[in-house]
Design a protein around this ligand. Structure first.
Ligand SMILES: [Zn+2]
Length: 323
């Protein structure tokens, strides 16, 4: 696969190519969002009921979907027959309903995540790099597996270790590999960094957790490395947004996700730069589209240009949700 920046990739995905601009992207996303809603209402029992009487031409008027509703709707949210579901991701968690949160993905849904991982990881790795993945894996369609498939397409060499349970074991394993890049959870990477100060990978990607500034600095200083942060959640198909080397916010997977920030009390949409609850809509999801889903994360959207040259909206610092 060709090396593209995330913006070039979004340009290709949207068909806007060199005409890509924040305004044109917003117009394209609006069309995609409305098409996703029409698809959801046509194919799923839940959405048909939930959106009864809703004007599909007015996304700002669409009711918000909260986590408990998602849990209790269960398979009624599916837009595909079960035989076409490739992966079910289940979180047995503490929502007030006590029901597990289940997310369903088709083969094509997972393919879009792999595509984002391929181009996203290209910003912090080089062809031929060995990338050590200390994330859930290596089972088929696990996060580690999807990330590894994206990396291979870009000519990188993924090494899936899995989440770190035993620090001494992880230390022995990573020392043998001496990777160029490490991918892992913030606290696990910090613990590994303290155990192996001599390791010094060129880059580190911290994912799926908050990245506190002090933690980032300690890893950077100890390993003399460049730390990148990624934001994503199971609901976004794991991949969501990733920093560039300017570290001035996260570049969003705009081809597949439409993000809004709302006032958590009133539900009103907030302007760029204001912090509030992050609301997620998918644009291309087949198995289980999400429309105006309250993520439980808090963040802001950033306008203006990134020092890397991109003028597309970025995601600011994200404060956490339960995983
Ligand atoms: Zn940038």
């Amino acid at each position: 696969m060709k090396e593209l920046t995330l913006d070039q990739w979004i340009g290709l995905r949207s068909g806007l190519e060199e005409k890509l601009s924040p305004e044109r992207l917003a117009a394209w996303q609006l069309q995609k969002l409305k098409a996703q809603a029409r698809y959801a209402v046509t194919h799923s029992r839940f959405w048909r009921q939930f959106y009864t009487g809703v004007d599909l031409e007015q996304p700002e008027s669409w009711p918000l979907l909260d986590q408990d509703t998602l849990r209790s709707a269960g398979m009624d949210m599916l837009c595909l027959p079960q035989r076409e579901i490739q992966r079910v991701s289940t979180l047995l968690s503490s929502g007030s309903s006590g029901l597990p949160k289940r997310l369903y993905f088709s083969q094509d849904d997972l393919e879009l995540s792999i595509d984002f991982f391929a181009y996203g990881m290209a910003t912090l790795t080089q062809p031929g790099d060995r990338v050590w993945i200390a994330m859930n894996g290596p089972a088929a369609d696990s996060l580690g597996d999807l990330l590894a498939r994206g990396l291979r397409r870009m000519g990188r060499k993924p090494l899936i270790y899995g989440e770190i349970a035993d620090l001494q074991q992880a230390r022995a394993a990573v020392r043998k590999e001496h990777p160029h890049c490490l991918v892992g959870l913030s606290r696990q990477m910090l613990a590994l960094c303290r155990e192996t100060p001599e390791l010094r990978p060129r880059t580190v990607l911290l994912s799926a957790e908050n990245v506190p500034e002090a933690l980032r600095r300690e890893i950077q200083n100890t390993w003399q490395t460049e730390v990148y942060a990624h934001w994503g959640m199971r609901e976004t198909g794991l991949g969501g947004a990733v920093e560039c080397s300017a570290h001035a916010g996260y570049h969003i997977r705009h081809g597949d996700l439409f993000l809004e920030i709302i006032d958590p009390e009133s539900g009103e949409r907030l302007p760029l730069g204001q912090r509030g609850e992050l609301v997620i809509s998918t644009l291309n999801r087949q198995a289980m589209p999400l429309l105006r889903y309250r993520s439980g994360d808090f963040a802001e959207l950033l306008g203006g240009s990134c020092p890397c040259g991109s003028s597309l909206i970025r995601l600011g610092y994200v404060e956490g949700h339960e995983k």
